[in-house]
Write a protein that binds this ligand. Structure first.
Ligand code: GUN
Length: 295
């Protein structure tokens, strides 16, 4: 490819808008059957990013006709009180999905809290049973984690040739990297997971037909690490200083976008790529949970 040929832009905003419209239609159909979909959002402590995310999720619920119930708890909340809240939400008929925003402040035990959420209401897909099913052949989780599900939906929208493709996932977090690797494996990709101890990282990434970057390091992946024609999904949202921007900063991904787009076949922008998909998939999971509550 010549330097003048740019990659196709993978438009997460457009794909997410379509999903949100479908969720809104399903919410209306459910309401006609007497059920208003409901999502409970639990936020503990004062992590500013968590507050922003939860605000965005609640706003998105309102826009598609899903009711949101909000529980903002102080950082000093006890494990017992948090667990009691989750149990009470499990028992409520008007709550179809439960979201406990992560990370939880220390010393709260995240694993115990996530294990308590009813798997049928686990719209984040973080319950160990749902993650375990994701890792097994022939098993299906009740719900997929939102960001990895969004990554896969974007790849599908751009006709990723999954079977036999070399897929490289950069990052092995519980929330993004590892579930992405499992989902790509389920689609018959040959998957390599890279992390801080990976040797010859550029060479490993150069073999990727599909690259999912989720390390949280601004513009770490260079243009000459990208295979010509690769599909590049950039999950990173890193704030970097920018004196020309109004608030003195801007968002960049984990990939050097301007360089990579001259080599890749298709690439997500940051912002406007994976970001909008995360909330759309959470809404889709919630409406699915509400629909299942009828059957
Ligand atoms: N923290 C970062 N991403 C997520 C997410 O998708 N869900 C929750 N609950 N917490 C997060």
């Amino acid at each position: 490819m010549s330097a003048e040929t740019f990659a196709k832009l993978i438009d997460g905003k457009a794909v997410a808008a379509q999903i949100r419209a479908e969720v809104a239609a399903r919410a209306t159909a459910l309401a006609e059957r007497g059920v208003r979909g409901g999502l409970a959002a639990v936020l503990v402590g004062d992590n500013p990013a968590s507050h922003t995310y939860v605000r965005m999720k609640r706003k998105a619920c309102a826009e598609v006709g899903i009711e949101s119930f909000y529980y903002e708890l102080p950082a000093e909340t006890s494990q017992a009180d948090l667990e009691a809240l989750v149990e009470s939400l499990n028992a409520r008929a008007d709550v179809h999905g439960i979201l406990v925003q992560l990370p939880l402040p220390a010393p709260l035990d995240e694993q115990r809290v996530l294990s308590l959420i009813s798997t049928a209401k686990d719209v984040d897909g973080f319950h160990p049973l749902n993650i375990g099913r994701l890792a097994m052949k022939g098993r299906e989780p009740d719900f997929l984690p939102a960001t990895p599900a969004g990554v896969m939906r974007l790849l599908e929208a751009y006709d990723a040739p999954f079977a036999g493709a070399n897929a490289v996932v950069l990052g092995r977090s519980n929330i993004v990297g590892m579930p992405c690797a499992l989902l790509l494996t389920k689609r018959d990709c040959t998957v390599t997971i890279c992390h801080s101890r990976t040797r010859d990282l550029p060479d490993v990434i150069r073999r990727a037909d599909i690259l999912v970057a989720a390390v949280g390091r601004p513009q770490m992946v260079k243009g000459d690490w990208i295979k010509a024609g690769a599909l590049v999904i950039d999950v990173g949202t890193n704030r970097v200083p920018d004196s020309s921007a109004k608030d003195g900063s801007r968002l960049v991904g984990d990939v050097d976008f301007e360089a990579a787009r001259q080599v890749a076949g298709a690439i997500t922008p940051v912002p406007g790529g994976v970001g909008p998909m995360t909330i759309a998939m959470l809404l889709e999971n919630t409406i699915k949970a509400a629909e299942r509550s009828l059957s």
